[in-house]
Design a protein around this ligand. Structure first.
Ligand code: ATP
Length: 351
């Protein structure tokens, strides 16, 4: 490792009584990097975040920030001594303090002039200049969320921990809040670890995604890497629905009713070919198959389409640009984008 991580976990285990929440997690976050901890409910995301915050002591393993050990080997640094910003659901804004006082809360002991300038700068960054005297109940949910982000960032922590920061916001506010969060993190150079169960949040915000399952990290990579090179079927399916077809591998190719797919390194035998819905291309220049449209539904930017492809036993779902008019019962030509296909060996198919 050629950098000193802003935050690092080394073989962290954690159990609540007999429940194993973390089964050996190692992860290093670079200075200024945003990492999303992504996974289904109960996989251990929140536990790892709470361990980083110092709200939980790991059963085994080590946690450090920069050169400084925080937990493990008999060391335990209290949460308030870690210099880490927290944006957690349980840390709602203080209802009896106005916006300015909420923002200034973590700045106790700073010279008054610097506190005032910091608060004014943060208010401008989150678009709430002029609202410093408002109390939390006078703000919308989205505004409260922005104040919570700014409050966590006010003391300029090198690391920010965020627990599902966008989960209570509607789609439009979510998009705005995601870009404000990235903007504030980039402006301050802070590293961040964000827990989310939503692949869209992770893709939109993170430099790298750590995909968790059953108390372990199963894959770490950039959004492009985890999307294009999932480690197994489960990882592929976590990001988007898949159409799956049993296949036989022979000489490095997986044979299916939709033709053959490259299966480099796979032994001869049974396998599974998984196709993302985008793989079925109704506008392809070189269509390979004919299909009947079973249903088509307009949903704004797209039309969702169910197709019966000639030679396939089960219908497949895909979507097309909404400009593409389709008639139910009509015949269409379908191309297959093979870059959206993954071939997994049989033993990975139960993941
Ligand atoms: P979610 O997305 O639902 O919040 P998560 O991925 O954050 O889930 P954790 O909250 O870390 O998962 O929980 C991991 C495991 O530990 C789960 O099996 C959970 O039931 C268990 N667990 C979490 N907190 C406690 C606790 N305080 N006492 C006992 N078991 C707990």
């Amino acid at each position: 490792m050629s950098f000193v991580p802003a935050l690092a976990f080394d073989a962290v285990h954690h159990a609540y009584g007999r429940t194993t929440a973390l089964a050996g997690v190692s992860l290093a976050i670079r200075p200024g990097e945003v990492v999303a901890l992504l996974g289904p409910s109960g996989c251990g995301k929140t536990t790892l975040l709470r361990i980083a915050a110092g709200l939980e002591r790991p059963s085994r393993g080590r946690v450090s920030a920069g050169d400084r050990p925080l937990a493990g080997d008999g060391i335990f640094v209290q949460p308030e001594k870690r210099g880490i910003g927290l944006m957690f659901q349980d840390y709602a804004l203080f209802p009896h303090l106005d916006v300015a006082a909420n923002l200034a809360f973590g700045l106790a002991g700073w010279p008054e002039g610097i506190v005032r300038a910091t608060v004014a700068d943060l208010l401008a960054r989150i678009g709430l200049t002029g609202r410093e005297r408002a109390y939390p109940h006078m703000l919308s949910g989205g505004e409260q969320q922005r104040v919570a982000l700014a409050r966590a960032m006010a003391p300029r922590p090198a690391v920010l921990l965020m627990d599902e920061p966008f989960s209570n916001l509607d789609q439009r506010l979510r998009r705005g809040m995601r870009s404000e969060t990235i903007g504030l993190l980039r402006a301050t150079g802070a590293a961040a670890l964000m827990v989310t169960h939503d692949p869209d949040d992770a893709m939109a915000v993170a430099d790298r995604i750590a995909l968790m399952r059953g108390g372990r990290i199963v894959q770490v990579g950039t959004p492009e890497e985890v999307w294009h090179r999932p480690v197994d079927r489960w990882a592929a399916a976590f990001f988007a629905d898949l159409e799956e077809m049993p296949a036989r591998v022979r000489n490095g190719r997986a044979e299916t009713p939709l033709g053959s797919f490259a299966a480099p390194g796979l032994a001869d035998g049974s396998a599974l070919v998984c196709l993302r819905r985008d793989a079925f291309d109704l506008a392809a220049a070189d269509p390979e198959f004919a299909a009947t449209v079973l249903s088509a539904r307009f949903i704004g930017e797209h039309r969702t389409v169910r197709l019966a492809i000639d030679g396939l036993e089960r219908p497949v779902d895909t979507h097309v640009d909404a400009k593409h008019a389709l008639e139910v019962g009509g015949r269409v030509a379908v191309g297959i984008d093979r870059s959206q296909a993954f071939v997994f060996a049989e033993e990975e198919c139960d993941g």
